[in-house]
Design a protein around this ligand. Structure first.
Ligand code: PLP
Length: 396
């Protein structure tokens, strides 16, 4: 009889979003018609920008004409998109070639699939609180997980520690859920640590477009030495509203090697075996994001989310609540007031002011006592939620 992957039995049930939806449903049943202010889920609310929509329409028309029709696309990405992404990095002073760039259908897919490159008996260092997919992908792959807790004392940005060495190191900056962003100095320490130990950093840059402070790195490849120890996984989901359209990219420098194996070559082999590429239409839409006009238009949408963050952080400042994120990030990570736990705070916000957020306990044990707000909602709802929060929290 076949043996299934028994590692699935080691996955913990994820009650986080299920519990939230059950609590919200119960509240709505008891209070029919009452409006809820949703700052829980990290999905975007604004539509794709015009330049992307136009490119998508044109690409659909191409598919209707035999002379412009595209069948299978190259597995590692259309040259026009790989070139556009490399040029986008080059314009910011990061030296990449199109061959370093692999087009994907999103960061989630890559965060799981990339583990194919590494020995299943290896270990992964995950900084907590963490995006839950890191932990689950490693459990499914049967890898050993080393948890590195972070907290308010280090601004949720821990430094490398010689007692926590692993083959793979997950870094997410700007971070989900904490909104914390590594500066150049701290990221350099991680790059040096990875090179010293022969580890590989998986750098999740899904929220890089939210960084406004020019001194903060948007890519790990801004750090000297990263090309010999890092893979960057990025997404257009939050940058350009592609959560439902699906497009991302992964950067594996041509010179990245371990044990005489070239990881870029290995990923080419992996992609040519396991995918037939991302749809031509979607890649055309994605390429529009990297044009000058595309960059201008996505900034207009990002500005809306950043303004939401400014409104909420102002309310928290007035109420004297500690938080990180909200600047250079679409997430605000706050300390629950008066030492209450994160699910009690969730209940309090839902029942008293009809605001929904995400309890920090759902992102790992050291998230207990903290709470995440997402800034991807509508400005009017966010403004009303901020007003309600301020008045509730100032009454303490
Ligand atoms: N990485 C982080 C840190 C995320 O928060 C998310 C989505 O919320 C992803 C990756 C997944 O992005 P994608 O939509 O490209 O799969």
């Amino acid at each position: 009889m076949i043996t299934p992957n028994m590692n699935y039995g080691n996955l913990k049930d994820s009650y986080l979003f299920y519990n939230i939806s059950q609590k919200v449903k119960a509240y709505q049943n008891a209070h029919p018609g009452e409006h809820l202010y949703r700052m829980g889920i990290g999905d975007v609310s604004l539509p794709l920008c015009d330049v992307v929509i136009k490119a998508l329409h044109e690409a659909v028309d191409d598919q209707s004409d035999a002379s412009r029709f595209h069948g299978y696309m190259p597995e590692c990405g259309a040259p026009f998109l790989r070139e556009a992404i490399a040029a986008h990095y080059n314009a910011r002073g990061v030296n990449l070639t199109p061959e370093d760039v692999f087009v994907s259908s999103g960061a989630s897919d890559e965060l799981g699939d990339i583990l194919d490159l590494f020995d299943r008996g290896g270990s992964s260092l995950i900084i907590e609180p963490a995006y839950p997919a890191y932990v689950d992908a490693n459990i499914i792959a049967g890898r050993k997980i080393i948890h590195l807790p972070s907290g308010r004392d280090n601004g949720f940005l821990p430094e490398p520690d010689n007692s926590a060495v692993a083959d793979l190191i997950y870094l997410c900056s700007p971070n989900n859920p904490t909104g914390a962003v590594f500066d150049r100095e701290k990221l350099t320490k991680w790059v040096n640590f990875a090179n010293e130990h022969g580890s590989i950093i998986l750098f999740d840059a899904a929220y890089e477009a939210f960084i406004e402070d020019p001194t903060l790195p948007r890519s790990i490849f801004e750090i000297p030495g990263a090309r010999t120890c890092a893979i960057e996984i990025c997404s257009l989901s939050k940058t350009a509203g592609f959560t439902g359209t699906r497009l991302g990219y992964t950067v594996i420098p041509r010179e990245l090697e371990r044990n005489g194996m070239n990881l870029n070559d290995m990923w080419i082999r992996n992609r040519t075996t396991k995918t037939n590429g991302v749809s031509y239409i979607i890649q055309k839409g994605g390429a529009a994001v990297f044009t000058e006009e595309g960059q201008r238009q996505i900034q207009e949408n990002l500005r809306v989310y950043k303004n939401n963050a400014a409104v909420v952080t102002k309310a928290l400042d007035k109420a004297g609540i500690w938080y990180c994120g909200g600047k250079n990030s679409p997430y605000i990570w706050l300390q629950c007031p008066d030492g209450i736990d994160s699910w009690s705070f969730f209940d309090m916000l839902l029942n008293k002011i009809q605001v929904i957020g995400t309890p920090g306990a759902g992102f790992g044990a050291c998230g207990e006592g903290y709470f995440r707000f997402s800034m991807f909602g509508s400005p009017s709802d966010t403004a009303e939620a901020a007003k309600r929060l301020e008045s509730l929290l100032c009454k303490r």
